[in-house]
Design a protein around this ligand. Structure first.
Ligand code: SF4
Length: 71
């Protein structure tokens, strides 16, 4: 069990389903950005998606993650 998933069952301690963080492939959203209630209103996700260079870096990171988890 880790601090991002305190209940270990894919849910926040509140019982709400825990979506994945788009910026950290494989990790659940830990609500690390103040004010965010999930990836849908996370300002960091918004900033990354609005910047072409950061978006490209994210694509590379996601591809590396997929390659590392491929069977
Ligand atoms: S708050 Fe944003 S950056 Fe933090 S884990 Fe959730 S989606 Fe990712």
């Amino acid at each position: 069990m880790d601090s991002a998933n305190p209940t270990g069952n894919g849910r926040h301690a509140s019982g709400k389903a825990m979506p994945r963080c788009p910026l950290r492939p494989g990790d659940p959203c830990s609500l690390c950005v103040p004010g965010a209630t999930g990836p849908h209103d996370c300002q960091t996700v918004r900033l990354v998606m609005e910047d072409p260079d950061l978006r490209e870096m994210l694509r590379e990171k996601q591809a590396a993650y997929r390659a590392s988890t491929a069977a």
